[in-house]
Design a protein around this ligand. Structure first.
Ligand SMILES: *[C@@H]1O[C@H](CO)[C@@H](O)[C@H](O)[C@H]1NC(C)=O
Ligand SMILES: *[C@@H]1O[C@H](CO)[C@@H](O)[C@H](O)[C@H]1NC(C)=O
Ligand SMILES: *[C@@H]1O[C@H](CO)[C@@H](O)[C@H](O)[C@H]1NC(C)=O
Ligand SMILES: *[C@@H]1O[C@H](CO)[C@@H](O)[C@H](O)[C@H]1NC(C)=O
Ligand SMILES: *[C@@H]1O[C@H](CO)[C@@H](O)[C@H](O)[C@H]1NC(C)=O
Ligand SMILES: *[C@@H]1O[C@H](CO)[C@@H](O)[C@H](O)[C@H]1NC(C)=O
Ligand SMILES: *[C@@H]1O[C@H](CO)[C@@H](O)[C@H](O)[C@H]1NC(C)=O
Ligand SMILES: *[C@@H]1O[C@H](CO)[C@@H](O)[C@H](O)[C@H]1NC(C)=O
Ligand SMILES: *[C@@H]1O[C@H](CO)[C@@H](O)[C@H](O)[C@H]1NC(C)=O
Length: 443
């Protein structure tokens, strides 16, 4: 009899303890508004409850924000809330999410869990969710367990500013994503095929430690945009992009590239390629051949010393080509033969002193041609021939004079910028006269 009583007491005690332990929400303030009356925010501070459903009325689509401290989200704490559209748990000191915390949330579109203290995402945490947006950024996540995301569909999954060093395989099971963002983690490895089962379009990986584009990892049939800025990619090999058939935008700003060999980009659908701020000193003549869809090519802030007139072979029209702030010293003969009609050619901030007399042959028209801040000390009468330039920028060069009649020399130039050159006295007069009926700037 005594032991039965004791047992009963223990049971009650256990029940009480486990009951209160399971109350996810203790001393928190819950704010909500209904979508049909955005201006009215209601608010309640509650002592203790286990499911968010118990606080908010359930008649209309509702957006909920919770303030306070929620160290653990227990199972079923966000459970069967048929009208929950958006839940914001930003900065609530969240350390752990138990599997099954989120269930039966048919209208949920937006789930914000950023600015917390999560260190891992456990198996079966995000299951059967069909949402627009899940934000897990700015936590301390070091581990993603197998099947952390299962039967899951989201336009955006944000894991920015966490502490992931590797991305293991099996994290995603039957997942569809639009944009996966992993900016500012510490990723040096992504397991082969870890991402391949997810049919997503945008992969954002700036600020990690990846050293290569391994085609076994980057085997992403629907990917259109890959951002690898501020990683440690050292080399690109032919075939690296072979498993990215839809890729149209690749950004590799601030990596460790020294050289671009032939055959990396050919036959890709790349439309926008950004190689700024590497250490590129050498680019093979055929490196950009057969890039039929290329519109924008940026190689700014690198170490190129030569312009190669064989670059960009194959069809091309109306491109934006920018190679500013490199060390190019000379514009050779027929320099632009492969880009006869360009939207922009930006070569400012190089060390160009010499322009070959035939440099502009085969160049028909450019909207914006920028040669500012070079060392050009000579501009021949017939450099431009019939080339038509909407804007020509020659600011900050070493020109003392331009021989001949300026109206003729610059006859096919719309706007010309001539400031910050050491014009001699005689030439200054000539330029002033020219200015009177020309849209030019002497400064
Ligand atoms: C909740 O708040 C009340 C009043 O501020 C306080 O007495 C109580 O200790 C708090 N409980 C917890 C678990 O923090
Ligand atoms: C997070 O919440 C704490 C209080 O719990 C507050 O002091 C801090 O300013 C908040 N941080 C942000 C970024 O809102
Ligand atoms: C997921 O949500 C989208 C948009 O709300 C909808 O078109 C789609 O049918 C939903 N899918 C499932 C499986 O509920
Ligand atoms: C895959 O996930 C979707 C929801 O995103 C679900 O409708 C579908 O039933 C799941 N398929 C399997 C095989 O589990
Ligand atoms: C995923 O969501 C998108 C957009 O909301 C929708 O078009 C698509 O049908 C959904 N896919 C699945 C498998 O539910
Ligand atoms: C993908 O999401 C990240 C993080 O929000 C954002 O910075 C990036 O612009 C998005 N990309 C696109 C194309 O929407
Ligand atoms: C360009 O790509 C094709 C495959 O599509 C390949 O056969 C060819 O060798 C590549 N060219 C170079 C120069 O690597
Ligand atoms: C690359 O260019 C930078 C900036 O112009 C320069 O400081 C650096 O010495 C160059 N490095 C090499 C290897 O040429
Ligand atoms: C420029 O065009 C004129 C008239 O079309 C032509 O006679 C001349 O040869 C052209 N000059 C050059 C350098 O192509």
């Amino acid at each position: 009899m005594r032991s039965l009583l004791l047992n009963l007491l223990v049971c009650i005690f256990r029940f009480k303890v486990s009951h209160s332990e399971k109350n996810t929400f203790v001393n928190v303030t819950v704010q909500w508004y209904f979508y049909h009356e955005l201006e009215t925010i209601e608010q309640e501070t509650v002592a203790s409850f286990d499911n968010v459903k118990k606080i908010i009325p359930d008649e209309e689509p509702v957006s909920v924000t919770i303030h306070g401290s929620i160290p653990i989200l227990y199972e079923k704490s966000i459970f069967e809330v048929p009208n929950l559209v958006s839940l914001d748990l930003f900065n609530v000191s969240l350390e752990e999410i138990k599997p099954g915390a989120f269930e039966n949330l048919p209208l949920l579109e937006k789930l914000i869990l950023s600015g917390n203290k999560l260190t891992e995402i456990k198996t079966d945490t995000f299951v059967d969710l069909n949402v627009t947006y899940i934000d897990l950024s700015s936590n301390s996540i070091i581990l993603l367990q197998p099947r952390a995301f299962k039967n899951f569909n989201a336009s955006y999954l944000l894991l920015d500013n966490n502490k992931l060093t590797e991305f293991p395989s099996g994290v995603f099971d039957n997942v569809t994503l639009g944009n996966l963002s992993l900016t500012n983690n510490r990723l040096h490895t992504i397991a082969p095929k870890a991402l391949s089962t997810v049919r997503f379009r945008i992969l954002n990986l700036p600020g990690n430690k990846l050293e290569e584009i391994n085609p076994e990892v980057f085997d992403l049939q629907d990917l259109t945009t890959l951002n690898l800025d501020s990683n440690s990619v050292k080399l690109l090999r032919p075939g690296d992009l072979r498993n990215l058939p839809e890729l149209d935008e690749l950004s590799l700003v601030e990596n460790q590239l020294k050289e671009i060999p032939e055959g990396v980009f050919n036959n890709t659908k790349l439309n926008d390629l950004n190689l700024d701020a590497n250490k590129i000193a050498k680019i093979a003549s055929g490196a950009f051949d057969d890039m039929k869809d290329l519109v924008s090519l940026r190689i700014d802030f690198n170490n190129l010393t030569q312009w190669d007139n064989n670059w960009l072979g194959g069809e091309s029209r109306d491109r934006f080509i920018s190679i500013h702030f490199n060390q190019i010293t000379e514009i050779p003969d027929d320099a632009f033969k492969n880009i006869p009609s360009a939207f922009a050619i930006h070569l400012q901030g190089n060390k160009i002193r010499k322009i070959s007399p035939k440099a502009f042959h085969q160049l028909e028209d450019v909207i914006d041609f920028d040669l500012a801040n070079n060392e050009i000390d000579r501009w021949d009468l017939d450099f431009l021939g019939n080339t038509s330039l909407d804007i020509l920028n020659l600011r900050g060069n070493k020109l003392e004079c331009v021989e001949g009649d300026l109206q003729t020399v610059f006859r096919n130039v719309g706007i010309i910028k001539l400031m910050d050159n050491p014009w001699n006295e005689e030439c200054t007069k000539k330029i002033e006269e020219f200015l009177e009926n020309k849209n030019a700037f002497l400064g």
